[in-house]
Ligand binder design. Structure first.
Ligand SMILES: *Cc1c(COP(=O)(O)O)cnc(C)c1O
Length: 464
C-alpha cells in the first residue's frame, strides 16, 4: 500500500515548473530545496503518510522557499536593548571599519607584502602593533575568535611533558550556545587540573597543585555570571607571583575585555581591561574582537613578546588565523579605540555611543518616531515607555542601563503575532515582549535606522 502512496508523490520537476517565482533564489538553490521537500514527503509516505495534493504541495513549497529566503543574512533592527547580542551578530562596527572592508574586498591589499621593499612582508604587522599599543602589551596577535585564542594558548603552552593546566572550579563556565570552557580546553589536548570549589579558591590551592607536569595557570573571567556570598578568589597579582616563582606562564581569558572604563559609561560593573590584567602580572591575555572592543569576530592575544612569538610559530596558528577582511575591520576598530583613548570626544564608536546615549536623546527620538508613525494607531497603540538595556554577549550581567522604549499594544490579535509581523517584514525588527506589550528599546536601534523603523511600523500596521 505504501507503493500507492509513493506513486502519489509530486515530481521535483513538476513542482519547480509550477512555482511562479523562486523568492529571488537562484533556480539551482530552489531545486535543491524542492528535492529536500520531496524527500521528506517520500520518507513520510514510507511510514504511511499520504502526500498532499499537488496544489497544496505547491503552496507548501512556496512558503518554505519564502521562509528560507528570509533566513539569508541581512540587516536587522535590534530593538531588544541587548547591546552585544550574540544572536544578532554581536557589536556593530564603526563606519570606518566597513569602509576599510569595502575598499579591499573586491581587490588586492598589502596583507603580506612590504610596499617599501617590494617583497613579502609580515602579515598583519600594522594591526598587531596597534593592538599591542591599545592593550599596553609587549606584543599582540589575532586569531579567529577568543575560543580559538584560548585553544592556541593551551596547545602551545602545554606541549611536551607539561600537559596540565591549573584552573579554579569556580571558572569552569559555559559561555553560551552550549559551549563550555572545560570542553573547549580539552580539545587542545591539555589536561585540566581543577582546584578549589565553586565558590572559593585560594592562591595556596594553585601553589599546592603545581607539579613538574604543570604547563600554565589559567584564570577565566566570570564574564556572564556572578557569584555572591561566601566567596573567595585570589588576586591575580598573587597568582602572578606564584607563576613567576615556578617559571610557569599565567594566562587570563578575559572574554570581553573592555577598552574603556565601563563605569564611566554609566554601567554598574567595572569590566577588567587587558591592560589591568597585564599590569597585575598576567603573561598572556585573550579576549574577543566583537564584544566590548566593538570590532569583527576575532580573538586577540596580547602579552609577553616571547610567548606571542612562540604562538605565531605554532603550526596550529595557521589553522586559526583570521582573514584579510576581519583584519581590515579590526585594524580600524583598534585605531578608533586608540583615537578615543587620546581624544574621548572624537571618533565615536557605535557601542560607546549606544551605552552613553542620554535618556533625553532617546526620548526625543521616541517622540519623533511617534509623530511620524501617527497613522499606525489602527492596528496597535503606540506609546513611549521605559525599559532596561543590557550589555549582553556574556558581559557584565549585573549592569543595566535605563532606557526609552516604544510600546506597541495590539488592538486585535496577539502580541506574539504583532512581534512576528515586525520580524517578518523586509526590514526585520526584533523587540521583546512584556505582558501584552511589544517593547522596542531605542538604545540599541542605531539612530540612522529610525526612518527604517518608522516605515517598518507602518508596514506592520498595514498588513494587519
Ligand atoms: C565570550 C567568551 C569567550 C568566547 O569568545 P568568542 O570570541 O565568542 O570565541 C571565551 N571566554 C570568555 C570568558 C567569554 O566571555
Amino acid at each position: 500500500m505504501n507503493q500507492e502512496l509513493l506513486r502519489r508523490l509530486p515530481s521535483v520537476e513538476k513542482l519547480l515548473h509550477a512555482l511562479g517565482e523562486t523568492e529571488g533564489l537562484p533556480r539551482a538553490l530552489a531545486a535543491h530545496l524542492v528535492r529536500e521537500y520531496v524527500a521528506r514527503l517520500r520518507a513520510g509516505a514510507a511510514e504511511g503518510q499520504a502526500p498532499p495534493e499537488f496544489p497544496a504541495a505547491v503552496e507548501q513549497v512556496q512558503e518554505e522557499l519564502a521562509a528560507f529566503a528570509r533566513s539569508r543574512l541581512r540587516p536587522v533592527i535590534n530593538a531588544t536593548g541587548v547591546m552585544i547580542h550574540t544572536n544578532l551578530g554581536r557589536s556593530p562596527l564603526p563606519e570606518r571599519a566597513a569602509e576599510a572592508v569595502r575598499d579591499i574586498a573586491c581587490g588586492y591589499t598589502n596583507l603580506e607584502f612590504d610596499l617599501d621593499t617590494g617583497e613579502r612582508g609580515k602579515r598583519a604587522r600594522f594591526l598587531e602593533t596597534a593592538l599591542a599599543a591599545l592593550t599596553g602589551a609587549e606584543a599582540a596577535t589575532v586569531v579567529n575568535n577568543c575560543a580559538a585564542a584560548l585553544v592556541l594558548a593551551l596547545r602551545h603552552l602545554t606541549a611536551g611533558e607539561r600537559k596540565e593546566v591549573i584552573i579554579s572550579r569556580g571558572e569552569l563556565v559555559e559561555i553560551g550556545g552550549g559551549f563550555r570552557i572545560p570542553d573547549i580546553m580539552e580539545t587542545s589536548g591539555a589536561v585540566l587540573r581543577e582546584i578549589g570549589t565553586t565558590n572559593r579558591t585560594r592562591a595556596d590551592d594553585y601553589r599546592a597543585a603545581i607539579t613538574p607536569r604543570t604547563g600554565m595557570l589559567l584564570q577565566v573571567h566570570r564574564s556572564n555570571f556572578y557569584i555572591e556570598g561566601f566567596t573567595e578568589t585570589p588576586d591575580l597579582a598573587d597568582l602572578a607571583t606564584i607563576a613567576r616563582e615556578h617559571g610557569i606562564p599565567l594566562v587570563c581569558d578575559l572574554g570581553s575585555g573592555a577598552m574603556v572604563d565601563t563605569q564611566q559609561c554609566g554601567l554598574a560593573e567595572h569590566e577588567p581591561t587587558p591592560q589591568e590584567m597585564l599590569r597585575r602580572g598576567a603573561d598572556l591575555v585573550c579576549f574577543s574582537g566583537d564584544k566590548l572592543l566593538g570590532g569583527p569576530q576575532a580573538g586577540i592575544l596580547c602579552g609577553r613578546a616571547d610567548i606571542i612569538a612562540g604562538l605565531k610559530r605554532d603550526p596550529f596558528y595557521r589553522v586559526l588565523r583570521c582573514d584579510k577582511l576581519a583584519a581590515a575591520a579590526l585594524q580600524e576598530a583598534a585605531l578608533a579605540c586608540l583615537e578615543h583613548a587620546s581624544a574621548p570626544e572624537g571618533t565615536p564608536l557605535p557601542l560607546l555611543l549606544m551605552m552613553s546615549a542620554p535618556l533625553e536623546t532617546l526620548r526625543a527620538r521616541a517622540e519623533r518616531l511617534m509623530s511620524i508613525s501617527a497613522e499606525v494607531s489602527k492596528s496597535f497603540t503606540l506609546a513611549i515607555g521605559t525599559g532596561t538595556s543590557r550589555c549582553g554577549g556574556g558581559t557584565m550581567p549585573k549592569s543595566s542601563l535605563p532606557s526609552i522604549t516604544l510600546d506597541l499594544r495590539p488592538l486585535r490579535g496577539s502580541v506574539e503575532a504583532l512581534a512576528a509581523r515586525l520580524r517578518l517584514g523586509s526590514a526585520p525588527v526584533v523587540g521583546y515582549i512584556e505582558g501584552n506589550t511589544l517593547k522596542l528599546d531605542l538604545r540599541t536601534v542605531l539612530p540612522p535606522q529610525d526612518e527604517v523603523l518608522a516605515s517598518a511600523l507602518a508596514t506592520a500596521a498595514e498588513n494587519c
